[in-house]
Design a protein around this ligand. Sequence first.
Ligand SMILES: *Cc1c(COP(=O)(O)O)cnc(C)c1O
Length: 418
Amino acid sequence: MNELKHTTIKPISKDNLMKLAKKYGTPIYIYDSCKIQEQYEKMNNAFSRIKKLRINYACKANTNPNILKILKKMGCGLDTVSIQEIEIGLKVGFLPKEIIFTPNCVSIKEIEKAVGLGVRINLDNLSILEQFGELFKNYSIGIRINPHIMAGGNKKISVGHIDSKFGISYYQIPHIKRILRNTGLKIEGIHMHTGSDISDINHFITASEILFKTAIDFPDLDYLNLGSGFKVPYTQKDLKTDLIYLSNCITNKFNDFCNVYGRKISLIFEPGKFLVSESGYFLVSVNVIKHTISTVFAGVNSGFNHLIRPMFYNAFHYIENISNPKGRLRFYTVVGYICESDTFGINRKISEIREGDVLCINNAGAYCFSMSSNYNSRYRPSEVLILNGEDFLIRKRETMQDILRNIVEINMERWQSG
Ligand SMILES: *Cc1c(COP(=O)(O)O)cnc(C)c1O
């Protein structure tokens, strides 16, 4: 299954990151495939007592096709949330059955397209379930259950609570069953995903118990899907999901479930952040140092157009000065060049920063490039992948052509002002 050889190459050093900044210029995203492989193996090993374990990479975290190819080689399937992500997955070579489509609030038309492509579909809405049953009663599907758990690093990324737009409430199971009876539709999987960056492991355990209890009443299952939300550390002291502990709590219960159910079915996880977050480094250059009455700002050649998590979620990304790593530690607020409040980190202790220095923003592999934009008409950065110690450009920096590609210019001569 695992085609990539176990590599003994160490994670990329800060010196080598500096070399790549010089070679390719900044701002730039660097991804280290070693780390992705390490995370994948950690997960596989932790759950090794589950016979039919499947790991589907949630590709919205990072959709560069080269990253998808690496994960495919390791043995991953794919978790997708849009028809476009499905298309990228198929292009990269995933088989339709290795792709799960878990959309939210998309049109039945988009779901029909996914049926056409033959992927696994996971529905989270009674109205869509009814319509789907009318159209495709022979196409087995999964359903996403909302277990009513408040989990996740912050409210914006908590998706399994009672007021969330995701999933069908587990109180509505009788309604689901009525739709199944009325339409003849078959359910092949039950799914839950309660949030991202979940620090309390009990949330996973509670969710899994609800999942097992719910699933026992559905006779045609092929899989249970426990979603993801695994936490990775953003600093040295930060918490992370203890997979061994989690596996100890879940494995026996899952195997017991299969015994009672009468069949061995698959258990799926769909990690995004866990697999790729720590593999990524975002390198930026310092344009200016600016002293105000209370603060020293380091203004860099990037902003929330390239990495929005600090501004959008108040996420903490550890920042280091890799061009002066031994400098005296001083306090800086690192800000972007976007004309709006645009702060990467407030009052951070960083080795002395000079104009022209290169800063490294860590944990930049998940939800960073994939959430980037062209705000302020800036180009999106390039991306580089380290594979077996070699660096490969996997996305070119944009140009003015990219920014203007879809603009249709109209003839203004016909327009009279005033
Ligand atoms: C985003 C998403 C995931 C991945 O979440 P992470 O916190 O990145 O692991 C998994 N499943 C679904 C349905 C998602 O939408």
